[in-house]
Ligand binder design. Sequence first.
Ligand code: R5P
Length: 263
Amino acid sequence: MVKMDWGMKNRLSKIISPKTGKTVMLAVDHGYFQGPTTGLRAPKESLAPLLPYADSLFVTRGILRNCIDANANIPIFLRVSGGPSILGELSNEDITTSMKEALRLNAVGVGMSIFVGAKNEDRTISNLGRLVNEAEEYGIPVLAITAVGKEMERDARYLGLACRIAAEMGAHMVKTYYCKEDFKKVVEGCPVPVVIAGGKKIPERDALQMARNAIDEGAAGVDMGRNIFQSDNPVGMIKAVRSVVHENKPVDEAFEIYSSSKS
Ligand code: R5P
């Protein structure tokens, strides 16, 4: 096992709770290719009430600087890749934010997408290798995001392939989607912590069930966005997700946390 530097260890401890071994990351980077996404049209207002319940915020530097109070006590996980918009070829991404910026912004981690099976898979995967080279120099964990794109068949075989490649390139954590069959195998085949993205908005109980299943099958937590900030009760929903991830609550109890705090 590679001996980890103090800085890397310390940052990881701010991302993944040393108490529970799990994490609730709040993903709000959607605008980097989707523009003003529903629920994030006014990020400052929508995000402020959620920050106390997230372990870290997955965000671009633009939204961070303009919409997040620097006094907010929230670890920052910086999205550092981009390029195409939703109208273009999504896999055409490069690194857009330097390591110096990540340090300047006091980030606890940096994240980028790889596009396995898409047009520019090779470039995005080698970009990940380069990002890890640089991040290792400064003790910054790298999150690789896999399986974004409409045309991908998100089954365990594909997700397992994408997650493993990300880990082989040196990513310290991987974010992917949950799949109903054999998600456990995806986790087993990936030697670094796997967190799930929530994907498109689904009913709250279903999103909580997905988080429950993912945790039961070995995920280290969630990096969830739309199923929290597009909920009719975003604060209730993030509290409910936390209860599943950190307190091992069953779905019924978590759903009660969500629904009982609805005004
Ligand atoms: C996708 O490219 C972004 O990285 C999002 O952060 C990710 O998909 C998680 O958000 P959601 O739960 O809305 O899918």
